[in-house]
Design a protein around this ligand. Structure first.
Ligand SMILES: Nc1ncnc2c1ncn2[C@@H]1O[C@H](COP(=O)(O)OP(=O)(O)OP(=O)(O)O)[C@@H](O)[C@H]1O
Length: 230
């Protein structure tokens, strides 16, 4: 569960990126986080992953209180999260299998666990037959599927996807979003940052809308359906 309580974030140069944001995402939920450029979406993601610290307010991430977390606990908090980015961030010199192995070894998984888990996640994302390919030998949609597999391989409680379809065409984008929906249905909490209205509107999910560092609406079915509130 993610809980933000009256979060303020002022960057060192004085930019007030968040001006009192409160939100709660329960285990098992699927939520879109939408808003114009500069509204504070990435700042919220970075607060959740512990990359930036709030200037005020309280934040809880999957049982960890980020206001009082000890530095040594941060890697354990991060293991509860799988993060996916617009630009995939795969290791080009490693095959699909090696990219996933690398992520599992980083958390101390045994060779036996690795041999068991990787085929499962590759099957889930529909890439079972491409485990020996290098990322450059895959399409953009396939590379994003590998990134999703990597985010999932250590079985996180929650996936945070930051503009996961930003580099993909509409059909590939829809397929990736349907995959995230399927993964959510299997039990992983999902927070998806996007500005793609059409895509958000195809899914009847919770939509948290942020503008100017404040949440301006939070409802199921979509803020983008209520253009008059803009
Ligand atoms: N490291 C930083 N130092 C100073 N200001 C920053 C920093 N990072 C972000 N900002 C500012 O904070 C505000 C919120 O930025 P943020 O990146 O959270 O927006 P965003 O909604 O993710 O935008 P985009 O959709 O363009 O990625 C913006 O005014 C931005 O310029």
């Amino acid at each position: 569960m993610i809980r933000l309580l009256d979060i303020q974030k002022t960057y060192d140069n004085g930019t007030k990126a968040l001006k009192g944001v409160s939100m709660r995402i329960d285990d098992g939920e699927f939520a879109f986080l939408v808003g114009p450029s500069g509204s504070g979406k990435s700042t919220i993601i970075k607060l959740i992953t512990g990359e930036v610290h709030p200037s005020g307010g309280r934040i809880m991430v999957n049982g960890y209180n980020l206001n009082s977390i000890r530095p040594g606990q941060i890697p354990y908090m991060r293991r509860t999260l799988g993060v996916i980015f617009q630009d995939f961030r795969l290791i080009d010199k490693k095959t699909v299998w090696e990219n996933l192995t690398f992520a599992m070894r980083a958390v101390g998984a045994s060779p036996r666990e690795i041999r068991k888990r990787i085929p499962y996640v590759l099957d889930l994302v529909g890439l079972s037959r491409k485990e020996d390919r290098y990322p450059t030998q895959l399409s953009g949609g396939e590379q994003q599927r590998v990134a999703i597999a990597r985010a999932l391989v250590n079985n996180p409680q929650m996936i945070i996807a930051d503009e996961p379809t930003g580099n993909l065409d509409p059909q590939r984008s829809l397929e990736i979003m349907m995959l995230l929906e399927k993964i959510n249905e299997l039990g992983t909490t999902m927070l998806v940052v996007t500005h793609e209205k059409e895509l958000v509107n195809r899914f009847s999910k919770r939509v948290i809308a942020i503008e100017g560092g404040r949440i301006i609406s939070d409802e199921t079915g979509g803020y983008y359906n209520n253009e008059e509130t803009l």
